[in-house]
Design a protein around this ligand. Structure first.
Ligand code: ZN
Length: 299
């Protein structure tokens, strides 16, 4: 083949690939927490009682918007977002684009990953924080800072990012990007490998950080989501081999005492219990149950 023929063939191939890419569905899942949002350092930003909460809902929403916009620009055809902090009703829905779907409030069987399934191409974690056994990171905790001192999967302490990556992994969906402080980016890449990380602040302690300004954080998140989407084939799902052993250490005594009444639960020490699930779905439902259930639940 001469040079012109080769050029033409390559050009046609390029067009064919582009058309195929355009016709293909690309669903992206975004799980949004708040502790890792730009500027967040204490409870004052994190819940309805805090004097800065209403403004920080705005910043959380704009960080999620930055990720959504970048995902669509980079080829996503559908986006599902889960509001996964506190009461699950933080994101300002009128400020989100009309072409997404949003998961709100609790309880829900897949916790911070509700709405994910095997049709998604990748998962993005926005506003995430380190796990409860990590001595570093703004508001480091796993699921409940007041109640849980450790959560382990297969004998290894995990953060929310780790639990949620394993739920995504159950559906063969890889995590492609995480945003939060420098310590959660470090912790998450140590567990999951080379996922893209957007560091929007640097932790100086549990309640202190040096932070970017909101506009700079949105821009960084946009860049990192685009970068992750551009190499989405690089990421591997985080899959745990079934059955899955879950160990939970409570800060108090009575939860482990009461849970040991159930034959599916074993009390492993004064504060700790063990549960074995056939897969991450069972583990997720069990975790949601033990942190949510109380007989006084209404309605
Ligand atoms: Zn969290």
């Amino acid at each position: 083949m001469n040079y012109r023929v080769i050029c033409m063939a390559l050009c046609l191939l390029g067009v064919a690939i582009t058309i195929k890419a355009q016709g293909k569905k690309m669903k992206i899942y975004i799980s949004a927490d708040m502790e890792g949002v730009v500027g967040v350092v204490t409870n004052e930003q994190l819940g309805p009682q805090g004097f800065e909460y209403q403004r920080f809902r705005e910043f959380m929403t704009q960080e999620v918007n930055a990720a959504i916009e970048a995902a669509f620009e980079a080829g996503a055809t559908e986006v599902v977002v889960s509001d996964s902090h506190g009461n699950g009703q933080n994101l300002l829905i009128e400020k989100l684009p009309k072409n997404i779907l949003l998961v709100r409030a609790w309880p829900r069987p897949l916790m911070m990953m509700q709405g994910i399934d095997g049709t998604f191409a990748g998962a993005i974690f926005i506003g995430y924080h380190t796990g409860t056994t990590n001595p570093q990171g703004v508001r480091a905790h796993t699921i409940s800072s007041a109640r849980l001192a450790d959560v382990q999967l297969q004998g290894v302490s995990v953060s929310e990012a780790g639990i949620n990556a394993a739920i995504a992994g159950h559906f063969n969906v890889p995590v492609i990007m995480v945003s939060g402080d420098d310590t959660v980016v470090k912790e998450t890449t140590a567990l999951l490998g080379d996922v893209e990380g957007a560091t929007v602040k640097w932790a100086s302690g549990f309640h202190s950080a040096k932070t970017l300004m909101p506009e700079a954080a949105y821009q960084l998140i946009r860049e990192k989501v685009k970068k992750a989407m551009g190499r989405i084939g690089d990421f591997k799902p985080y899959k745990l081999k079934a059955p899955i052993r879950l160990d939970v250490r409570f800060k108090n005594y009575r939860p482990s005492e009461m849970l040991s009444y159930l034959s599916i639960v074993e009390r492993t020490d004064a504060h700790s219990i063990k549960f074995t699930g056939k897969d991450m779905i069972e583990v997720s439902k069990f975790l949601e149950f033990i942190v949510t259930y109380e007989p006084s639940l209404e309605p």
